[in-house]
Design a protein around this ligand. Structure first.
Ligand code: SF4
Length: 299
């Protein structure tokens, strides 16, 4: 997933996508109900808890006293879409009642939590101002997904994305550069582009895999069981994926601190320019061909 760390009042880390910087963040769950992806350290220390509707109602009431002009809300934490349709409906109605200017409510979602809703339910949630679903594809390569213990198959995530968009929800999909490692990078690149072409997400983000202490994949990197791609290889992988993308109308960003090269592009309009920039970077000799290079200290 794509995230920025904040600190909640209870000292649990609170994550939100960078694009939600101007949104009111309401933590209606604590942690991730799955919490088993081997690369993800976001909620490792957080015991998952679904807040009761009473608690949520009080949070909404308190926040609405401070600012009646809120237009955007992000509901945290890990997979809010996993709540039942009835729960989500109640929460969205409550938000609309207290925030008269509210235009959009955005959440993290997973393939399984999206396809668990019927089309009628997705449309109904959309009509109640649910807007963008942030979903981590991570990889289109099934073997890579199994290696990192992702709960969903590629097929489920493609179906989730297509159905949500058919029901007028906006999908923001994230993939992870380097997550296939040295052995599966080509499969990861080919299959990720294939999955994305089938998804046609309106918003797309790329992050680079960074080993996070406390995760299984961090231990694998440390023990030499998962050799990381070099900085050069990461850019080559990104170039391969971009070259295979056939997207109709997508905003593509790779401007997270983990990325080797910051990117902001509209596809297909900027594809040739983007490929030329990546070629130039690979030919410049500036990229580290022997190690992953500098990594951010946080994620
Ligand atoms: S589902 Fe998302 S938040 Fe939960 S462990 Fe996997 S990547 Fe992390």
């Amino acid at each position: 997933m794509f995230f920025i760390i904040m600190q909640s009042l209870l000292n649990n880390p609170l994550f939100r996508p960078p694009a939600e910087a101007d949104s009111l963040i309401l933590q209606i769950d604590e942690g991730c109900p799955y919490n088993r992806c081997t690369f993800c350290g976001m909620y490792r220390e957080t015991h998952f808890r679904k807040k009761s509707f009473e608690e949520i109602r009080m949070i909404i009431e308190q926040e609405s006293v401070y600012d009646q002009g809120v237009k955007r809300v992000f509901l945290a934490d890990g997979d809010v879409m996993r709540r039942s349709y009835e729960d989500l409906q109640l929460i969205l109605v409550e938000l609309a009642q207290h925030l008269p200017m509210l235009a959009r409510v955005n959440v993290y979602a997973t393939g399984n939590s999206i396809i668990a809703k019927t089309d009628a339910q997705l449309r109904s949630l959309r009509s109640l101002k649910l807007s963008t679903l942030y979903m981590g594809l991570e990889s289109g390569d099934e073997a890579t997904l199994r290696n990192i213990e992702k709960a969903e198959t590629v097929k489920v995530m493609i179906e989730a994305c297509r159905r949500a968009q058919e029901c007028r929800l906006k999908m923001s999909v994230m993939f992870l550069l380097g997550i296939g490692g040295v052995t599966r990078w080509q499969n990861h690149a080919d299959a990720t582009a294939f999955a994305l072409n089938n998804m046609q997400p309106r918003l797309l983000s790329a992050l680079r895999f960074v080993p996070v202490p406390g995760t299984e994949l961090f231990e694998d990197v440390k023990a030499g069981r998962f050799p990381q791609l070099t900085e050069y290889d990461i850019v080559q992988e990104l170039r391969t994926i971009v070259s295979l993308l056939d997207l109709n109308n997508t905003v593509f960003r790779a401007n997270h601190a983990s990325n080797v090269v910051p990117i902001e592009a509209r596809l297909p309009r900027d594809k040739s320019k983007l490929l030329a920039n990546l070629d130039e970077m690979m030919a410049s000799g500036a990229l580290d061909r022997y190690s992953p290079g500098a990594m951010p200290l946080w994620l």
